[in-house]
Write a protein that binds this ligand. Structure first.
Ligand SMILES: [Zn+2]
Length: 190
């Protein structure tokens, strides 16, 4: 079995897949997050030339617990703090290693990012595949902005690795979410 957490350190992106290189970078960020003890999800914001506008990974369990710091939120926070004059959100593409959750999908709609691509599905908490369950006005915003939501065009091995890297982090992080709500995170270690 491959060592998934190091899979992208030696990965050679394929020119046969449009998003392979940026997907690999998002997954590398995801693996870093996993090593730091939080959900292994990474994200990139790129312009239409493929240049990186912002990048980041999940940070909710890094330092003080902060519930909103999913990878997509970290990247959007960086963008909105610094690059507003240079880029219109509609011209940008966000690539996440994992299908966005309800919170991040809503934020991506309110932020007005043009294209959203994700490397692997999140069957349990992904919202993109459940877009018809969003409130009508939120769906309408997305339609009015002609947002594109789709899986990244990457190699099957990259998609499989993204899923395993995320899964390896998930059970422990889910337990920490519950522990935090009961005030037990500080003293509980993992
Ligand atoms: Zn999220």
């Amino acid at each position: 079995m491959p060592n998934w957490d190091n899979f992208f350190d030696h990965y050679q992106p394929s020119a046969s897949y449009r998003d392979d290189a940026v997907s690999a970078r998002a997954c590398q960020l995801a693996a870093t997050a996993g090593r730091l003890g939080t959900y292994a999800v990474g994200a990139m914001l790129i312009n239409d030339k493929g240049d990186v506008v912002a990048e980041g990974h999940n940070e909710i369990f890094i330092g003080n617990f902060q519930s909103d710091l999913h990878a997509e939120m970290v990247v959007l926070n960086k963008f909105e703090a610094g690059n507003r004059e240079q880029h219109k959100p509609a011209d940008l593409t966000l690539v996440s290693s994992l299908e966005p959750c309800p919170m991040c999908m809503s934020r991506l709609i309110y932020a007005g990012v043009g294209i959203i691509r994700y490397v692997c599905d999140d069957p349990e908490a992904g919202m993109v595949t459940r877009i018809s369950s969003l409130p009508p006005l939120v769906q309408q915003f997305s339609k009015d902005m002609s947002q594109v939501w789709e899986r990244a065009d990457c190699s099957p091995s990259a998609r499989e690795a993204a899923f395993h890297i995320w899964q390896n982090s998930q059970a422990a992080a889910n337990r920490k979410i519950i522990k935090n709500s009961r005030g037990r995170l500080e003293n509980s270690g993992q």
